[in-house]
Structure formats: C-alpha cells, structure tokens
Design a protein around this ligand. Structure first.
Ligand SMILES: NC(=O)c1ccc[n+]([C@@H]2O[C@H](COP(=O)([O-])OP(=O)(O)OC[C@H]3O[C@@H](n4cnc5c(N)ncnc54)[C@H](OP(=O)(O)O)[C@@H]3O)[C@@H](O)[C@H]2O)c1
Length: 276
C-alpha cells in the first residue's frame, strides 16, 4: 500500500526537498505551505499540496482535512518541518516576537500532531518526524527565541515518545546543523521586523548577525545542502526501528559530543567564540 506523508513548510529548503525526494521514492506526499502562491507552485511541480499555516489553528485543521480527503482518510507519516528563526538578544525581544516564535515552531506543531494522531493510533502505525536543530541541543547568543522553541520541541518530543510507547506510532527528531536554505534570509526578515539594532547595547554584535544572515554562499564550513537531511528522513520513515535522534552535519555531531563532555562554562567559552 502507498504510504502517505504530510510535510509542513514546503515553500523552500528542507521541506521542498523532502516533498520531491519522498514522492520520487514512492510515498504519496501531501506538501503544505502557508502561502497560496506556494501551494499553486507546488501543485504545478506535480505535488499534491494544501495550504497550512502553523500560526493559525483554523488553517491547520483545514489543511489536515484537505490532506485526509486526498489520501482517503489515511496518513502514515507527518514531517513537522515548517519553522523559522527569530534572532535578537533576549533583552531586546518583544514578548510578542517570542510568542510568535512559539506559535509557529511549537504550538502549531502541537496542534497539528493532535489532528493527525487519532488517524495513526486508529491504524496502529505511523511516524512523526520533528525537524529540530543543533540549537535544540546547545544555546547561542542572539538565538534565545529559536533556542527556546527548539529546546521545547526536544522535550516535548521525548515525552511524546514515552507516551506513544507500544502504540505502533514512532517519533524521531532530526537535528540539522547549518543547511543552505532560505532560513537565514527568513531570519533576517524576522530580525528586522522586531529588533531595532541601533537602540540596543548589542548594536555591534548585531552588525555581525546581519553580516552572517546576508552573507552569500554557505554560512559555515560545516554547511550542507538540504539533501543531507534526506537519508535520516527516509530511515525514520522506513526503518522498523527508527532512531530517536538523527544528527545532521558535523557541527551537530560535535556539539552533541561537547555538550556531554564539557562543563557549562567551558562550553560557553566555545560558543561565545562561535559568536553573533
Ligand atoms: N537551515 C538550517 O541551517 C537549519 C538548521 C537546523 C534546523 N533547521 C530547521 O529545518 C526546518 C526547515 O528550515 P529550512 O532550513 O528549510 O528553512 P526555510 O527554507 O526558511 O524553510 C522554512 C519553511 O518553514 C515555513 N514556515 C515558516 N513559518 C511557517 C508557518 N507559520 N506555517 C507554515 N510554514 C511556515 C516557511 O514558509 P514561508 O516561505 O512561507 O516562510 C518555509 O517553507 C526548520 O524547522 C528549521 O528550524 C534548519
């Protein structure tokens, strides 16, 4: 039987790559995006696509209803990929910016999981794959909102895995390091939307942040293309015993290891050098 997979955030990057990759491997993919023009573009590329905005509960419910109508009520996989980064020092973040960050990166994901879980539990099988981040494992300056949302996603997912034990529904985390996508361009927009760099005691650090966010080409020597996330995604969907965590890029492998090995202060020194 063809297995159906719903993916969020398919307008670009890892989500768009995953939609094409999984469809080419025989999955029935329902790609989703929050903007209508991206839904149309995905459909023109030969994908089944629905509109789904993670920051809007009604849109999530509507998107799931449309996805289930396309699959005949069945859903094997959910790839929770859609998210964005809200840069800015914690002290400069308006609370509404933090709320919006959680609305998309955590609460929307939660609402979506609650819509699809009954279908998976009824079938006695299913896969939920959460796109987390190396920044779900270690913190960096000016990433407080994003760090908080991805740390929360990690804890949420660990709990969910315990609660789904024995149901046939399996949960995995993918933890990418730097991946070349629209992520930095989108983070730059979020930064400029909510932070006034000139009014901050971090204005010097923010210059580096902006330079990093608009630098053409790879952001670091560990950067990989979105395709690097595909083998873990396929394994999480296909394997009889999916892993709980899939680190992607050497940056994540290193950080996961250093976090275990170093004291908080020693890790701080290293992460302060990695900088703005
Ligand atoms: N790139 C990296 O270095 C990196 C590293 C670690 C983890 N990740 C994670 O990888 C995932 C995909 O990011 P990416 O690198 O592929 O970046 P991307 O190219 O910016 O893609 C992010 C996707 O999320 C979507 N999105 C944002 N807000 C949304 C909302 N309210 N509802 C639905 N979709 C929404 C975006 O849609 P719009 O185009 O409409 O904004 C876009 O399709 C994210 O979870 C991110 O945290 C990325």
């Amino acid at each position: 039987m063809t297995r159906s997979v719903l993916i969020t955030g398919c307008s670009s990057g890892i989500g768009e790559c995953a939609a094409h990759h999984l469809q080419a491997r025989g999955f029935r993919v329902i790609a989703s995006a929050r903007r209508e023009q991206d839904v149309t573009r995905l459909q023109q590329q030969g994908l089944a696509a629905v509109r789904l905005d993670l920051a809007d509960e009604a849109s999530i419910e509507e998107g799931v209803a449309q996805a289930l109508a396309l699959t005949g009520g069945e859903l094997y996989g959910l790839f929770n990929n859609g998210a964005y980064g809200q840069p800015g020092a914690v002290e400069d973040l308006p609370t509404r910016a933090l709320r919006q960050q959680f609305e998309t990166n955590l609460f929307g994901t939660h609402h979506l999981i609650r819509q699809v879980l009954p279908v998976m539990l009824q079938a006695g099988s299913g896969r939920i794959i959460q796109n987390s981040s190396v920044l779900g494992l270690v913190a960096m300056a000016y990433r407080g909102a994003y760090n908080a949302s991805k740390f929360a996603l990690e804890g949420y997912t660990d709990t969910l895995r315990l609660e789904l034990h024995g149901t046939g529904v399996q949960v995995s985390l993918i933890e990418p390091g730097p991946i070349e996508t629209r992520f930095r361009a989108n983070a730059r927009e979020a930064f400029l939307r909510h932070i006034d760099p000139e009014q901050s005691r971090h204005r010097q650090g923010y210059r580096q942040t902006l330079a990093r966010l608009q630098k053409p080409g790879p952001s670091s020597r560990y950067s990989l293309p979105a395709e690097a996330c595909m083998p873990p995604l396929l394994h999480a969907l296909d394997s009889r015993r999916p892993k709980t965590r899939y680190p992607v890029t050497r940056a994540t492998l290193m950080m996961a290891w250093l976090r275990r090995l170093l004291s908080d202060r020693a890790l701080d020194r290293l992460l302060l050098k990695a900088g703005g």
